[in-house]
Design a protein around this ligand. Structure first.
Ligand SMILES: NCCC[C@H](NC(=O)CCC(=O)O)C(=O)O
Length: 455
């Protein structure tokens, strides 16, 4: 794997993508109301082994482009602590069988591998944007869905185990678990800037301002303005460098449950759908006004005539990763589903040849994740780090050829290739999952981040 060499004397900054490693209990449980794919595929068999290998293949592909690539450990599932808090008792095996009988929905929530979508793990502000010059982390409380709300605590621990050095990293607790502060993390946060190491414009996109009547009618708005403001305050961002934009409530009702399903930004490029934002002309004007970079800003609006919202949701075109290549230019890392939707494929080939920084489109297969509504961008948490901050991070979590091989072997040893709802009642699945994850914490040098390791 090739990485760009630092230029003499200059402090380089990199975007490091930490992809969520898919956990051993990946399954389709229909848990996310408002996420079209999650509901549509609720009764399918999943293939956890293939899901994890697809994820690792994606990490390897990005690394081979010369980008730094991180690995982010999953939450441990089943979440026995939550099941016990809900009144199930006895041995772990008793807890599972009682829950399977009495409350299968709760068991499914406690078995979800949803922490794989690390775009929802946290909001991160790079050190060049914060007053104290540290990288700030706030784990998302994800309080709109039970299966996701239970991620915050362990995710916070994993973040601290990856970014441990207090000289460089500041960790905040997740926001209070109340609907006023619904927070879904980086999926609703984009940073536009000249260059990774320059201060940037933090764009926070929210689904609902709880003091306003503008909100979706059918599906929930998961992110509130109040949550975004609280995160920005905690991260000591310059208020002049923050913009709060409301998502178009109509597209939330069409299945756009996070902003990263309808818009994607990287450095000085922002690609978004014509219907992405409420009062879009004013929103776009505000972005143009607030951007202070010296390199020109490329605002690329995709019209409804070129790609309908429906096609965008089906293909997940906007859930691509837009990455800056070490040799210059950018590549769009798109889900292979984009090749199956005509309007999208046509649009993407035009985008590639038009005069803008997007030079290449790379299609990747992450179908196991896509069936639960998570594309390439959902699977990664972007962390902009200086060379020093990168060196101060947990090196065991940075992908190398040998870590890739080790993780492929680990997945192949422990993961099943078929899982359905009935399997969740099998106490052996818990043993398999915890055994695998215990070993993973050693591979990634994380220490005891899981509840089952701390009792
Ligand atoms: N950023 C993508 C997140 C996808 C995730 N899907 C889920 O949780 C589906 C789980 C299931 O239904 O089994 C969500 O909606 O939050």
């Amino acid at each position: 794997m090739v990485h760009s060499a630092p230029e003499g004397g200059k402090m380089n900054y990199y975007e490091v993508n930490f992809d969520g490693l898919v956990g051993p209990t990946h399954n389709y449980a229909g848990l996310s109301y408002g996420n079209v794919a999650s509901k549509a595929n609720a009764s399918l068999f999943s293939n956890p082994k293939q899901a994890a290998l697809q994820g690792l293949e994606k990490m390897r592909a990005l690394s081979q482009l010369g980008l730094y690539q991180g690995v982010f450990a999953p939450n441990a599932r089943p979440d026995i602590k939550t099941l016990r808090a809900l009144g199930f008792s006895g041995s772990d095996s008793d807890v599972i069988s009682q829950a399977a009988k009495a409350e299968p929905q709760l068991l499914k929530a406690c078995y979800s591998a949803s922490s794989m979508w690390t775009a929802n793990a946290a909001t991160i502000s790079p050190s060049c944007d914060t007053k104290d010059g540290k990288v700030h982390f706030t784990p998302a409380n994800l309080n709109n869905k039970l299966h996701r709300a239970i991620e915050a605590e362990t995710t916070g621990r994993i973040l601290q185990a990856v970014f441990t050095d207090e000289e460089y990293f500041a960790h905040h607790p997740s926001l209070p678990q109340h609907s006023l502060f619904g927070d879904e993390g980086a999926a609703n946060h984009t940073r536009l800037t000249d260059a990774y190491g320059h201060s940037g414009l933090a764009i926070f996109v929210y689904g609902e301002d709880i003091h306003s009547h503008v909100k979706p009618q059918k599906f929930p708005a998961r992110q509130t303005l109040q949550a975004s403001q609280a995160v920005a305050r905690g991260h000591q961002l310059n208020p002049k460098q923050c913009l709060y934009i409301q998502q178009n409530p109509d597209v939330i009702d069409e299945g756009v449950f996070h902003n990263d399903v309808i818009a994607i930004g990287n450095e000085n490029v922002f690609l978004f759908h014509q219907k992405a934002f409420y009062e879009q002309a004013a929103a776009v004007h505000a972005i143009r006004q607030s951007y202070t970079g010296s390199r020109p800003l490329h605002l690329i609006e995709v019209s409804q005539a070129d790609v309908s919202v429906e096609d965008a949701v089906q293909s997940y075109i906007f859930n691509s990763q837009l990455v800056s290549l070490p040799g210059g230019g950018m590549a769009l890392i798109a889900p292979s589903e984009c090749q199956q939707v005509n309007s999208v494929e046509t649009y993407l080939s035009a985008l590639k040849s038009a005069s803008n920084p997007v030079d290449d489109i790379i299609y990747l297969d992450v179908k196991q994740s896509m069936r639960n509504g998570g594309g390439p961008a959902c699977l990664r948490l972007r962390v902009t780090l200086s060379e020093q901050e990168l060196a101060a991070s947990n090196q065991s979590c940075i992908l190398t050829d040998s870590l890739y091989q080790e993780l492929v072997t680990w997945v192949s040893k422990y993961y099943r290739d078929r899982l359905c709802e009935q399997d969740l009642a099998d106490p052996q699945l818990l043993v398999e999952s915890y055994t695998a994850l215990d070993e993973l914490t050693k591979i990634l040098s994380l220490g005891s981040v899981y509840d089952f390791q701390r009792i």
